[in-house]
Design a protein around this ligand. Structure first.
Ligand code: SF4
Ligand code: SF4
Length: 296
């Protein structure tokens, strides 16, 4: 009997753990080319110079989108990869525009994994329009980066990539960077951290000595101001304000603006949606009300 109970418990937990196998696919990766203008030391896509390089054509892209849209999942992510997918930007455009035309009630999120070297204004406009988030690599400072990730010609790429990351962030394009660790980067690990460090919220340092001076810093004042919903247009008269929160650091990290809590922004919609559901329960379901009261 004990064994039966044990097996039942294990079965349930195993079933929960593998629940994802019963869900329809949401992430669809489009490998647009296996060609690339760089030759990173750790590249798996480029591991044979003799390998035949090709690009996805329009007909294949159309079929791939038609298949992806057959997923029963309402929420889909289309991710563009390579090689270097910007070598085939025309097909990125085609996939996004065609899938928008055919998606019916599906919600599609687009993301691009790129080394950014081929980035142009026309592409930035397109990423902003749909929007498409961008993921790139930032392995460390110039010496580490150029050693790990040179162009095919051998020329370093750090200055292009760091300027492109800045450009995308200034345009409000959601941009993430990932670091790949190699033997070269392990020698000066602090240089990797310094590359990612942003002095935006730096108030000073303990050697300045006086608490008041740190708190009177303009950065501190502006951050406090941006943290108060009562002072933000659109939020100051929102009925959900007592239950909502604001974090300028998160807004800055995702959108380069500490005042990103706009009414009808993505986060605002998430908060309003959750609170609509909770209040619906509170008003109409006595059982739910007593459960909520137990939490207080
Ligand atoms: S940018 Fe990406 S695909 Fe190109 S060589 Fe580097 S790791 Fe490989
Ligand atoms: S729900 Fe939206 S409008 Fe209301 S306080 Fe929160 S962010 Fe502001």
């Amino acid at each position: 009997m004990k064994d039966d109970v044990f097996i039942e418990q294990v079965l349930n937990s195993y079933r929960d753990h593998k629940q994802y196998l019963f869900s329809a696919t949401s992430l669809h990766i489009f490998v647009l080319t296996n060609a690339c203008n760089m030759c990173c030391v750790y590249c798996q896509a480029q591991d044979s110079a003799k390998e035949k390089k090709g690009k996805m054509d329009r007909e294949t892209a159309k079929k791939a989108v038609d298949i992806a849209l057959q997923s029963p999942n309402q929420y889909l992510t289309f991710e563009f990869q390579g090689g270097e997918p910007l070598l085939n930007f025309e097909i990125i455009k085609f996939i996004v525009e065609y899938s928008q035309e055919k998606k019916n009630d599906k919600v599609i999120t687009y993301s691009l994994v790129t080394n950014t070297l081929l980035l142009q204004e026309e592409m930035l406009d397109f990423f902003e329009k749909y929007p498409i988030s961008v993921s790139t690599s930032l392995d460390g400072d110039q010496k580490i980066y150029d050693g790990n990730r040179p162009q095919i010609t051998g020329e370093g790429t750090f200055r292009f990539v760091s300027s492109n990351i800045r450009k995308m962030k200034q345009r409000g394009i959601r941009t993430n960077a990932v670091e790949t660790t190699t033997k070269r980067s392990l020698k000066p690990p602090e240089k990797i951290i310094n590359t990612y460090r942003d002095p935006m919220f730096c108030l000073g340092n303990v050697n300045m000595g006086i608490y008041d001076r740190l708190m009177e810093n303009r950065v501190c004042k502006v951050t406090c101001q941006a943290s108060v919903l009562e002072g933000l247009p659109g939020c100051c008269d929102c009925v959900y304000q007592p239950y909502c929160g604001v974090c300028p650091v998160i807004f800055y990290a995702s959108n380069q603006s500490i005042y990103d809590r706009e009414v009808h922004s993505y986060q605002c919609k998430v908060y309003q949606g959750m609170l609509d559901v909770l209040f619906e329960f509170l008003c109409n379901d006595p059982d739910a009300k007593s459960i909520f009261e137990m939490w207080i």
